[in-house]
Design a protein around this ligand. Structure first.
Ligand SMILES: CCCCCCCCCCCCC[C@@H](O)CC(=O)SCCNC(=O)CCNC(=O)[C@H](O)C(C)(C)COP(=O)(O)OP(=O)(O)OC[C@H]1O[C@@H](n2cnc3c(N)ncnc32)[C@H](O)[C@@H]1OP(=O)(O)O
Length: 242
């Protein structure tokens, strides 16, 4: 009996050690990830400001920062993985929708349709994303260090109230501006007859994507409002998928 108890205690100790090692590795990775992302978005902010100050116009700005933007926004796909493996306490669905819609904007709209790259709406969402991400990743970094300045916490959970709708306006206006070019070029579309016997019209897909903001965006926005109440006002909130 005594040996059984000893075995049990030993097993528990081993499990705890494994958990601790796992959590040290996870924290170290998240530190690296958040610092890299803060730096990446800061580089973008500096590049955009320099471009505008030097050229005095937003025309050509997207092209000048496109590579950095594509790299760091695509890197953010890892965030879905972080939630899936449980190293951050966030919903995979909420994060997945947020990250995938951004990837879609970057690769399948702005990168693919050159004619819209100089639209003011592109600059709008770029500026909004940049300010938001610098705040968000520095929030996570300082939070992990247990030295979170209040103004970063305040900015993380207040700025989105304005920034989120502004970002959505920029994104929707950009997709809308892309529609005529997509229709004219028939891009990413598959017409019948073809050997797969399938038809796909990217133009209509984009209209559906725009409409899907109506049910999806409020969910992201209310999620952030709940996070805000929890973090700034200490309210205990039970998420549906928790
Ligand atoms: C393929 C076709 C596509 C069709 C289109 C579909 C359209 C759908 C609509 C989508 C609209 C999106 C519009 C958007 O792109 C516009 C903008 O973004 S504009 C800019 C304003 N945006 C924001 O403010 C973004 C707000 N959103 C977010 O912050 C996150 O993305 C979100 C996942 C929504 C919420 O974040 P989260 O749930 O993680 O909340 P918290 O930040 O409070 O974190 C919760 C806990 O997790 C810890 N955590 C999370 N990540 C990390 C990390 N990287 N490192 C360390 N820790 C992390 C965090 O600390 C919290 O932990 P704890 O509770 O213990 O404190």
């Amino acid at each position: 009996m005594a040996s059984g108890e000893e075995d049990g205690a030993l097993e528990e100790k081993e499990t705890n050690n494994k958990k601790r090692t796992k959590s040290i590795i996870a924290t170290a990775w998240l530190m690296f990830y958040n610092i890299a992302m803060t730096a990446g978005w800061l580089v973008l902010a500096v590049a955009m400001t320099r471009f505008y100050l030097q050229k005095g116009t937003h025309k050509g700005l997207y092209r000048s920062i496109a590579r950095i933007l594509k790299f760091f926004q695509t890197f953010a796909l890892l965030e879905v993985g972080h939630c899936a493996i449980g190293i951050v306490r966030t919903s995979v669905i909420v994060t997945g929708v947020q990250v995938c819609s951004r990837i879609f904007m970057v690769w399948f709209i702005t990168h693919s349709i050159r004619q819209i790259q100089n639209q003011e709406s592109v600059i709008l969402f770029l500026v909004v994303w940049t300010v938001t991400e610098i705040t968000r990743y520095s929030f996570y970094t300082f939070n992990l260090l247990n030295h979170l300045p209040y103004f970063i916490k305040w900015a993380r959970y207040n700025m989105f109230i304005i920034m989120y709708p502004l970002g959505v306006i920029g994104e929707l206006m950009t997709i809308y501006a892309a529609l005529p070019y997509v229709r004219k070029a028939g891009m990413y579309s598959l017409r019948l007859p073809n050997k797969y016997n399938v038809s796909f019209d990217y133009y209509y897909f984009l209209i559906i994507a725009m409409l899907s903001y109506i049910p999806l965006f409020p969910q992201l926005y209310f999620h952030m409002l709940r996070q805000r109440r929890k973090v700034l006002h200490g309210e205990v909130i039970l998420e549906k998928d928790e």
